[in-house]
Design a protein around this ligand. Structure first.
Ligand code: PEP
Ligand code: MN
Length: 357
């Protein structure tokens, strides 16, 4: 259930509503209101309430509207918000804003190295991906590696290099944050906070990126073996904590065939568009683990309706410190940008024609 509060409700009317909600939800957690899409709302897990409680709620003068959601996730559901969420990325003085989702026909391309390795590598890759037509630069400063002996990233130094790359190219930057304690410093340097697959259900981390006052957009990658409901509930954590700017990223799920690193679940894209208003992008690099598959799966992702792609690019993929096998060159990226743009335009033209007819 989502309760939308009247903007003119007095503090007395609000307190009355809160007291009633505390009573009927029996919740030990305080009831909090959040601002989303210009509305002040309260989301609660109250699906079945008796007639008496319903009447008591209906009589509350602070209530504007009650929306019943049948799904466990509420604020991210289409039932709550029919129109697509569009998210403004990188509204700072040294980069132009980029819109992810909403009505934009042009897919957003995020590209860059798996990991920030050194100044020369990140700056040259940033310039090259900007030249190839990418809109946002990616690069991991904190790397969640399977083995403790593998390159773990440059840490805060990597964040400084990403900020420098933004200044040089004008591209907003996305980077992963792995721990709640590091959110402040990552927010200071990055335009999008990436929550990696391994942290999709790191609930304290989700709460902190949700509560952060600057409401930096969060790109939430699908967990290694997460169901769609688990993924949407993880997104719900961020939104319910106060940050509505969540982008979902399909990056493949674990399966049994070692030929590809993961299995790219493209059916999740149109399905998510039914279930949620949040934008969906695809990461064909981690999904396949093989650079020769990245162009085809990029086109397939856009054809499936993804609002964007996140692709690993390295000037010399074979010497990359991380994920070289799935990294492509800037030249290959340029071709993907061209192809996906043509594809998206074609799909938009067709949609416009159908709309007119
Ligand atoms: C990455 O984007 O470099 C990464 C570690 O991705 P994932 O969390 O999807 O494995
Ligand atoms: Mn990677």
């Amino acid at each position: 259930m989502i309760i939308s509060i009247r903007s003119q409700a007095s503090s007395e009317e609000r307190s009355q509503l809160m007291a009633l909600l505390c009573r009927i939800s029996g919740s030990q957690r305080p009831i909090t209101t959040i601002q989303i899409a210009g509305r002040e709302v309260i989301a609660l897990d109250l699906t079945q309430i008796d007639a008496q409680t319903q009447t008591a709620l209906d009589q509350q003068t602070a209530v504007e509207r009650i929306i019943i959601t049948k799904t466990p996730y509420k604020l991210v559901s289409r039932t709550f918000q029919a129109e697509n969420t569009s998210i403004v990325v990188g509204n700072s003085h040294d980069c132009a804003p980029v819109i992810v989702g909403g009505k934009s026909a042009s897919p957003v391309i995020i590209a860059g190295p798996c990991a920030v390795e050194n100044r020369e590598q990140v700056l040259s890759t940033a310039r090259a991906v900007a030249g190839a037509g990418a809109h946002i630069l990616r690069g991991g400063a904190f790397k969640p590696r399977t083995s403790p002996y593998q390159f773990q990233g440059l840490g805060v130094e990597g964040l400084h290099l990403l900020a420098e790359a933004r200044q040089v190219t004008g591209l907003p930057v996305i980077t992963e944050v792995m721990e709640p304690e590091m959110v402040d410093v990552v927010v200071e340097h990055a335009d999008i906070l990436q929550i990696g697959s391994r942290n999709m259900q790191n609930f304290p981390l989700l709460r902190v990126v949700g509560q952060h006052s600057l409401k930096r957009p969060v790109m939430l990658k699908r967990g290694l073996a997460a169901t769609i409901d688990e993924w949407l509930l993880a997104a719900e954590y961020v939104v319910a904590a106060g940050n509505p700017n969540v982008i979902l990223c399909e990056r493949g799920i674990r399966s049994y065939d070692p030929q590809t690193r993961n299995v790219l679940d493209l059916s999740c894209v149109p399905l998510l568009h039914e279930l949620t208003h949040l934008p969906v992008i695809v990461d064909p690099s981690h999904a396949t683990g093989r650079r020769e598959l990245v162009p085809t799966m990029s086109r397939a992702s856009i054809a499936a309706g993804a609002e964007g792609l996140i692709i690993e690019v390295h000037p010399d993929p074979n010497s990359a410190l991380c994920d070289g096998k799935q990294s492509i060159t800037p030249e290959q990226l340029q071709k993907i940008v061209r192809e996906t743009r043509i594809l998206a335009n074609m799909m938009q033209e067709e949609a416009d024609l159908t709309h007119v007819a």
